[in-house]
Design a protein around this ligand. Structure first.
Ligand code: C2E
Ligand code: MG
Ligand code: MG
Length: 613
């Protein structure tokens, strides 16, 4: 604690009673947070200063810049602190020239100073963040916005700390055990479970637990613009979706306003919680209706794994909240991992690679098929083959969990060959069944590495000859980013594959380097508009216009449009009106094992029934 009149008092909270609900963990967190803003402000140092209850004393982090260490009272004497306090409700950035006696700062070696207040939700100023530079310098808008952004994160750090630690003022947090609004566990129940999990993990280090902290982005705007009733409704819906993302034994808790935590017990490795986090992001992205309006939630997530360094509950809490603040600082809707989880992920990458090799030998892969529906008449005209790994201990794994590793290690080539041949064989086998629909098309994904293989065309041609499937029925899906990054081979390969008679479809269109030039140059047959656009068409008129313009553009150059990720009847109707050729998505049918896909095309699967109804 620093009293402005005595400059010989240490700066951090180690000596006195901490100010603003701060505890032992806070100074270190604030120091780490401050460092986040160094690149964007390009200051030599950034410091976070918290006001004491008397609004005159203050604390700084553990390692404040030298000028502050030399003269802790300087911010007060130069009026900077007072200006920041007056700044309630306005996020302004003060500069060196705003100081009363800025010579004093210059004498301490501060050539440039940029300050932003930390403002609480109710308008009270809780402190400030300051970037300093040794040389005089102008600060650009980026620096000012970066610092104002950091002040906002520091504010949420204070909130999180008061929520997680017992010294929080009562009344500002949900009921300790049960959150009456959402029915989720409350703060008390969460902390209790956290201690239990930490104790258990200590005894059984082989099965760590993971902590995911979640903070909704811009939730205040929902309350401010739609009212508190709508805000409550949104929180209940978020809670329900979070519960849908975890397993039975895991805990979902609401710690405060828009602050949630997931405690995942006995995770086998870092990918498991990372996937849960990704699932959470995905679950939140579906629009929710609040009264007459729709809102698309987004959240910043921080993930930490228990383990040697993260033994005590406080340590894992800090690792997770620091990761979450990093996520928040980088923008909306991000997930960040703590160092341990990152390290574990790198390790599992290697393990996965070894296991992938074995899996190829042991034939552990299976294909699921998802139907493609023609909008003009609702008929299923084809399927897309999607690979899964039937892992001996971890169950059925999705491509996100192993395709990137396979791609990185080159194993994708072998895997891709297997997918191609196997899918064609299964297609040929279906058609021999009585009552099967003839002439279905088959879409197969090619990764960047496969696409660049010199003998790709030969392999495709061999597989077609071997299975007797007409080339025109094979749709090869190449992502937009592959076409872009492998421009060297794109023209030759696409031309050669077309010469075989296969169709070329551009996957995930709109997510990469959408360039009209390749649409013009390459002989393509269709684009698959990425599901991020499809998801938005009912909510955002921009997305609707974008997709409908893409459809006309494609029609103009004679190529078809496949809409990916069609999840609702409303989307399907809009896309059909726009003139999309095909749709694919959960609304029509989820990917299913071959056997079910066969029943699907013979009309027994629920999606065909739903369509007829
Ligand atoms: P993709 O080619 O864009 O495949 C579509 C993905 O979207 C599939 O995920 C599918 O299950 C999912 N999807 C379909 N409809 C919906 C919907 O309505 N909502 C939502 N949320 N998702 C939907 P999956 O099977 O996890 O595959 C992910 C990606 O992995 C694929 O994206 C593809 O890029 C890659 N992949 C899959 N199989 C293979 C393969 O055999 N080889 C290669 N190289 N990549 C593959
Ligand atoms: Mg695809
Ligand atoms: Mg796609």
């Amino acid at each position: 604690m620093v009293t402005p009149t005595s400059s010989d008092v240490p700066l951090s909270g180690s000596g006195g009673t901490p100010a603003v609900g701060s505890v032992d963990l806070l100074p270190a967190t604030l120091d780490q947070l401050a460092r986040l803003a160094i690149p964007v402000t390009q200051g030599d140092a950034v410091v976070i200063v918290l006001l004491g209850a008397d609004r005159r004393s203050f604390t700084a982090g553990e390692s404040p810049p030298t000028w502050m260490a030399h003269d802790p009272g300087i911010l007060l004497r130069t009026g900077i602190l007072a200006r920041a306090v007056e700044a309630a409700e306005t996020a302004l950035a003060l500069q060196l020239g705003d100081a009363i006696d800025h010579e004093a700062l210059v004498e301490l070696g501060v050539g440039g100073l940029l300050v932003a207040p930390i403002i609480r939700g109710d308008g009270l100023v809780e402190g400030l963040v300051a970037a300093s530079a040794r040389e005089p310098r102008p600060w650009g808008d980026d620096a000012a916005l970066g610092l104002i952004g950091l002040a906002r994160i520091a504010q949420s750090a204070l909130r999180w700390h008061s929520l997680l630690l017992d010294r929080a003022p009562r009344g500002r947090r949900p009921d300790a055990h049960l959150d009456p609004l959402t029915g989720l566990a409350g703060r008390g129940a969460f902390l209790k479970r956290l201690h239990e999990a930490a104790a258990r993990a200590q005894r059984d280090p082989e099965s760590p637990f993971a902590l995911v902290l979640l903070d909704l982005d811009d939730f205040r705007a929902v309350n401010d613009s739609l009212g508190h009733a709508a805000g409550d409704e949104a929180l209940v819906e978020v809670a329900r979706r979070l519960e849908g993302c975890v397993r039975g034994g895991d805990l979902v808790a609401r710690l405060g306003g828009d602050e949630f935590a997931l405690l995942l017990e006995r995770v086998s490795d870092a990918r498991e919680p990372a996937l849960v986090a990704a699932r959470v992001q995905e679950a939140l992205r579906a629009p929710m209706s609040l009264g007459a309006l729709e809102w698309v939630a987004s959240a910043s997530l921080g993930l930490a794994l228990s383990g040697p360094g993260n033994g005590p509950p406080e340590a894992i809490l800090r690792a997770a909240d620091m990761a979450m603040f990093r996520a928040k600082y980088q923008g909306r809707g991000r997930i960040e991992l703590d160092d341990r989880a990152r390290h574990a992920r790198a390790l599992t990458q290697l393990e996965t690679e070894a296991a992938l090799r074995l899996a190829l030998e042991r034939d552990e892969f299976v294909l699921h098929y998802q139907p493609l529906v023609r909008f003009s008449d609702g008929a299923v005209t084809g399927v897309e083959a999607l690979v899964r790994w039937q892992h001996p201990t971890r169950g059925l794994l999705m491509p996100d969990e192993f395709v990137p590793v396979a791609e990185g290690s080159g194993l994708i080539v072998q895997l891709g060959r297997w997918v191609l041949r196997h899918a064609l064989q299964e297609l040929a086998a279906w058609e021999r069944r009585p009552g099967a629909q003839p002439g279905l098309t088959l879409a197969v994904n090619l990764s960047a590495r496969e696409f660049a293989q010199v003998d790709l065309v030969r392999a495709v041609s061999d597989a077609l000859t071997e299975t007797g499937v007409e080339p025109a029925r094979l749709h090869l899906e190449i992502t937009e980013s592959t076409l872009f990054t492998r421009q060297d081979v794109a023209m030759d390969t696409v031309t050669a594959l077309k010469a075989l008679g296969t169709q070329i479809h551009v996957d995930d269109f709109g997510t990469g380097y959408s360039s009209l030039s390749y649409l013009h140059r390459l002989p393509l047959d269709a684009i698959k508009v990425d599901r991020s656009f499809v998801r938005a068409i009912q909510v955002e008129s921009r997305a609707r216009h974008l997709v409908s313009s893409l459809v006309s553009l494609a029609a103009g150059i004679g190529i078809d449009v496949v809409a990916e990720g069609v999840a609702t009847a409303g989307q399907a109707r809009l896309l059909a009106e726009m003139g999309c050729t095909w749709g694919q998505g959960f609304h029509f049918g989820r990917p299913a094992p071959a056997f079910e896909a066969v029943r699907a095309v013979t009309g027994v699967l629920p999606f065909t029934e739903r369509r007829r109804a």
